[in-house]
Design a protein around this ligand. Structure first.
Ligand code: ZN
Length: 270
């Protein structure tokens, strides 16, 4: 990281820390603006509602701290509420409809198009946003001429005993939270909930060639009256802060590579 100059305002790469008049001086057509997207949604009994918000914000900020000067990155305030209706059954989940969220992203694109920056990258911390963010990338490209990208800092892997289904409140996400905000994690409440039979399917499974509309309580089945479904899809029981710290470093390094390609991306035939 470059040494801080005497004025905080002149060294910050937090977009919203700048005065409008400094923004005009500091943003150029090469600048890359990052929009972290979180969620406020049920994350099982062991993780807080703001898990995706905490992680998307922390990773975006760390990527800007590590690579911001080299790649001319700018960090926007995270969007806290997004499209979390797979967890609509849970009190505490506060979600935007697809229509509302597309409208919000359109307004965001209009705002970014007012600056000199031509590149907007969604740093998505909530898987439920993916399809909609892909749509928004195209819509903002067409409407405002922005170069738009969607970056998922972490994805479920086939490794370990999650069978590729660690998609919500599982090992990796829980470990990352134990690294970033251990005070918000109660690992004693972590429970494994993996629909193993789906791993036998050739096509219809998480990440398979046939996708399906799912709600996070689908994997729980009926529950006793007066109790909440777990809403966990994965196995957080072995999560730990060391694993989270390694993942965090690896992700921030990968984001440097990804954003470097974004910076030089040019689809024109040569
Ligand atoms: Zn999450």
């Amino acid at each position: 990281m470059a040494p801080r100059s005497s004025s905080r305002n002149s060294s910050s790469r937090n977009f919203a820390d700048l005065a409008a008049h400094s923004l005009v001086e500091r943003l150029t057509p090469e600048s890359i603006v990052l929009q972290p997207l979180g969620a406020v949604e049920a994350h099982g009994p062991h993780l807080p509602l703001n898990t995706d918000l905490v992680l998307a914000s922390a990773l975006s900020a760390a990527a800007v701290a590590a690579h911001g000067n080299a790649l001319d990155l700018w960090d926007l305030p995270a969007l806290a509420y997004t499209k979390s209706n797979e967890h609509a059954w849970a009190p505490g989940t506060i979600w935007l409809s697809a229509q509302t969220m597309l409208a919000v992203l359109d307004d965001l694109g209009r705002g970014i198009a007012m600056t000199a920056a031509r590149t907007l990258v969604f740093v998505n911390g909530h898987g439920g946003n993916s399809a909609l963010l892909q749509m928004a990338c195209r819509d903002l490209r067409l409407k405002y001429g922005l170069r738009t990208f969607l970056l998922h800092p972490w994805m479920a892997t086939d490794e370990g005993n999650e069978l590729g289904m660690g998609i919500h409140a599982g090992h990796d996400e829980t470990s990352l939270m134990m690294h970033v905000r251990p005070d918000l994690v109660d690992i004693s409440k972590a429970v494994r909930r993996v629909p193993e039979q789906l791993a036998q399917n050739k096509h219809v499974k998480f990440g398979g060639s046939v996708s399906f509309g799912w709600l996070s309580n689908d994997v729980d089945g009926p529950v006793e009256p007066g109790t909440l479904p777990l809403g966990v899809i994965g196995d957080p029981t072995g999560a730990n802060a060391e694993s989270g710290a390694c993942s965090f470093l690896r992700i921030v390094e990968a984001m440097g590579e990804q954003l470097d390609e974004v910076r030089h991306f040019d689809p024109r035939v040569r």
